[in-house]
Design a protein around this ligand. Structure first.
Ligand code: ATP
Ligand code: LTN
Length: 328
């Protein structure tokens, strides 16, 4: 039996943050040996909201560079840019033609994002989950590791695949979603009732993967907590719970060990210790990122190879789909 296949995507909307790392990228790194993997910088998804061309170009490279810096390796994984493989857009159109409008109207992320933009909202943003389904289905994906916010989109992808298979024959593999048991939803620092997000205006909300030690210390020091004293995991105390969860994810200690460690200590102690843990965890990734971006031509070489490998697979799959529909 061959390995099961993983596909996941990440947008180039801005600098990556600790939520992206703990909810997604770190798991991709851990899981990659066991699976056959495709990791994609989804630049076509990124332009569903307005982007400055120069900044976008830089962000795409930054995100791709981070995937390699975090430990995604060519031996196990194909890393590529979505718009470099034309089959994604083409399959998205084919899937558009069998996806009921009503299914898209239920998507929570669209409702949230379109509320911010009002009537300026693009057809692309509405259509976003169909392109995501195309990404996943082109590679006969078995498993999609993502943060919790993406669960509904992967379920929609399954529904689209099922509908297509019913109409045209068994063409698509039905993918499962994988959400990490802890870290699937890292919360914001100043507003711990909302997920940590890179599109959020307030910069203090997120720890970015390139933040300096000073920035990390300051952001953690300012993070919202509460007026209680006891340091323990408690869903109802979202601020302190979030800080402890980040600590747990990075130290890989149990909740009991952590609570015991902080008995008799203050929030200030927790924050100081947490900041150092984050700084220590990000340091090797930041170093590797600098090496990658300083080596001229390295990233382009890796991404060209990725696009070629992904393109070969996707193009074959697309030809087969076109035949089943009656377009070839
Ligand atoms: P953002 O909301 O931060 O602008 P996004 O969720 O729209 O970003 P991506 O950057 O493409 O989009 O997300 C990449 C991966 O990171 C996805 O799997 C997503 O589920 C995950 N992710 C994003 N934010 C968090 C978070 N706060 N906690 C855990 N996982 C997250
Ligand atoms: N919608 C996702 C990004 C994304 C994705 C995918 C994730 C695009 N295509 C395919 C998994 C599989 C997001 O906003 N994080």
């Amino acid at each position: 039996m061959g390995k099961q296949r993983i596909f996941s995507g990440i947008q180039a909307t801005g600098s990556l943050h600790l939520g992206n790392y703990l909810g997604a990228i770190r798991n991709w790194v851990k899981m990659q040996v066991e699976y056959d993997n495709y990791f994609c910088v989804v630049d076509l998804h990124t332009i569903t909201v307005p982007q400055d061309p120069q900044i976008l170009r830089a962000n795409i490279r930054e995100v791709a560079g981070f995937l390699f810096a975090a430990g995604i390796a060519e031996e196990n994984s194909v890393v590529f840019i979505q718009s470099h493989v034309k089959a994604h857009s083409e399959l998205a159109w084919l899937l558009n033609c069998i996806t009921p409008m009503g299914w898209l109207q239920r998507m929570i992320q669209f409702k949230e994002k379109s509320e911010k933009q009002k009537e300026d909202v693009s057809v692309g943003l509405y259509n976003y989950p169909v392109l995501q389904a195309a990404d996943i289905l082109l590679y006969d994906t078995n498993l999609v590791p993502v943060g919790e916010d993406q669960k509904q989109h992967v379920e929609l992808c399954r529904d689209i695949a099922q509908r297509f298979n019913y109409r045209y024959g068994e063409i698509f593999v039905l993918p499962d979603v994988y959400i990490p048991p802890i870290g699937g939803r890292v919360m914001g620092l100043s507003n711990p009732d909302k997920k940590m997000s890179k599109s959020e205006e307030k910069k203090d909300e997120a720890i970015f993967l390139l933040d300096s030690p000073e920035e990390i210390r300051l952001k953690i020091q300012r993070a919202t907590t509460d007026s209680l004293r006891e340091i323990c995991f408690d869903d109802k105390r979202s601020g302190i719970n979030n800080l402890l969860t980040i600590y747990q994810l990075l130290t890989e200690k149990t909740r009991e060990q952590i609570e015991e460690h902080f008995v008799g200590k203050s929030y200030k102690d927790l924050k100081e210790e947490l900041a150092e843990v984050i700084i220590g965890s990000l340091h090797p990734i930041q170093e590797r990122y600098r090496e990658i971006t300083e080596e001229k031509g390295y990233l382009d070489k890796m991404l060209n190879r990725g696009a070629e490998r992904a393109g070969d697979y996707a193009e074959r799959k697309l030809q087969m789909i076109l035949k089943h529909i009656g377009l070839r």
